[in-house]
Design a protein around this ligand. Structure first.
Ligand code: 13P
Ligand code: SF4
Length: 404
């Protein structure tokens, strides 16, 4: 019987504990992508030649049958970072902004099955009617960025801003990638939600309402939008660290700043570095580097184009045949784009594989389980936001939908 992987062949011990991994335990349950593999790198997982279908063919048939039994009663949303086997069953695909609108525009569907992550399903629940039920096929599909800002931490931050005498002139702008609690905080304090597609418009609106912005929870999207698109300088931005007393900044620094950035980031986009940009430029002369605004400022500054997932897709659709592209976003999407455009050279910006592990929690078995349960009359994994949170979070989401 062939051995499982090259590491085993070379006699390396299987990796089983955090001690041998040299990885510090985190408060969140981060799942390793592979067992008995080099946990620091997932290189070498490509298989030459044609792979068999990703899923059991029975499972595909079961998904089709359950969908057919449910008919118009179910509406399946698929974020662009979902696996191919899941996207195949999505009624619509999109980035978080488009999916929020699509969910709101489907009042006739009894069930919204959200193939994405927890904060997206919460937003769908907030924007849909009370009769509609939102289902997340795997409850472990969270988001490490959203988890970086808790309600308690943000309340404490607001106290710090109040003590510095600036809370009255500060407008919160929260990225869609945040919990319903953070969205409700934003609504309570007269702010708005934004996505990577409309961050500039959201910031322009916020600066018409106040003098400063508290941007949650992705420091990179906040900084990149303010500095690249709105003429602010890096010195206008300050980072509030919720793990330090007073955010690790002085009241004077807070008073001087225009953009108060929460110290949060995306664990997927945060991996791209200036080195990966330089490396790909040396490997592929003339390559166009296109990255998501959740990447670090230095990466975005070195790129040729920057945009949300929807914009990345549109840019590649419009690109001429023969052009070469290095894309800095999640790998499921980049692989699909490369497949859809065989006339263009499309590569992943980093040499190391970079799936979003929580997006990948939604797989065909979970989708089939959710659809079959619904078809049998059992509602599973319902995501339901409580009434008060919903009220204020909705105000912030509606403010986003009303942005000029
Ligand atoms: P968009 O879908 O808004 O581009 O955001 C990317 C992302 O990280 C979603 O989790
Ligand atoms: Fe969260 Fe980043 Fe994954 Fe999006 S890609 S769900 S921001 S960890």
């Amino acid at each position: 019987m062939p051995e499982k992987n090259a590491l085993r062949r070379k006699g390396a011990k299987p990796v089983t504990t955090t001690e041998t991994l040299d990885v510090q335990p985190t408060p969140l349950a981060l799942l390793l992508l592979g067992r008995e593999a080099d946990a620091k790198s997932e290189r070498g997982v490509e298989c030459p030649g044609e792979l068999p279908a990703p899923s059991d063919p029975d499972l595909v048939e079961r998904a089709r049958a359950a969908r057919a039994r449910l008919g118009e009663r179910v509406f399946v949303l698929g974020h662009h970072y979902q696996r191919d086997e899941v996207i195949e069953f999505a009624d619509v695909t999109g980035d978080s902004f488009k999916l929020a609108r699509d969910a709101a525009a489907r009042p006739q569907a009894e069930y919204i099955v959200f193939c994405g992550v927890h904060f997206m399903a919460e937003s769908a629940d907030i924007l849909t009617t009370a009769d509609q039920q939102v289902i997340l096929p795997d409850l472990a599909a969270g988001c490490s960025m959203a988890d970086m800002a808790t309600a308690e931490q943000v309340a404490e931050c607001w106290d710090v801003l109040t003590e510095a005498g600036i809370a009255d002139v500060t407008v919160p702008v929260s990225y869609m990638n945040s919990s319903a609690d953070i969205k409700a905080f934003t609504g309570r304090h007269g702010g708005t939600i934004c996505t990577s597609s409309n961050a500039k418009r959201a910031l322009e609106w916020a600066f018409s309402q106040g003098q400063k912005v508290l941007f949650l929870p992705d420091q990179h999207l906040g900084r990149n939008t303010a500095v690249r698109e709105m003429g602010f300088s890096l010195d206008d931005c300050i980072v509030y660290n919720p793990h330090k007393p007073g955010g690790g900044v002085t009241a004077e620094q807070l008073r001087a700043a225009k953009m108060i950035l929460w110290r949060g980031h995306c664990s997927v986009h945060g991996r791209f570095s200036l080195d990966s940009v330089e490396d790909v430029r040396s490997r592929i002369p003339g390559v166009n580097v296109l990255v998501h605004p959740e990447c670090k400022h230095e990466v975005v500054s070195a790129a040729d184009y920057v945009g949300s997932t929807e914009l990345i897709i549109k840019t590649l659709d419009a690109a001429p045949a023969g052009s070469a592209w290095a894309i800095g976003t999640e790998l499921n999407l980049v692989r699909r784009l490369a497949k859809a455009h065989p006339d263009k050279q499309i590569v992943f910006l980093d040499r190391t594989v970079c799936f979003c592990s929580t997006m990948n929690r939604i797989d065909l078995p979970h989708l089939v389980w959710a659809l079959e349960s619904l078809a049998d009359g059992t509602v599973v994994n319902r995501i339901q936001v409580d009434k008060e949170t919903e009220h204020y979070a909705k105000a912030a989401l509606e403010q986003m939908l009303a942005l000029p």
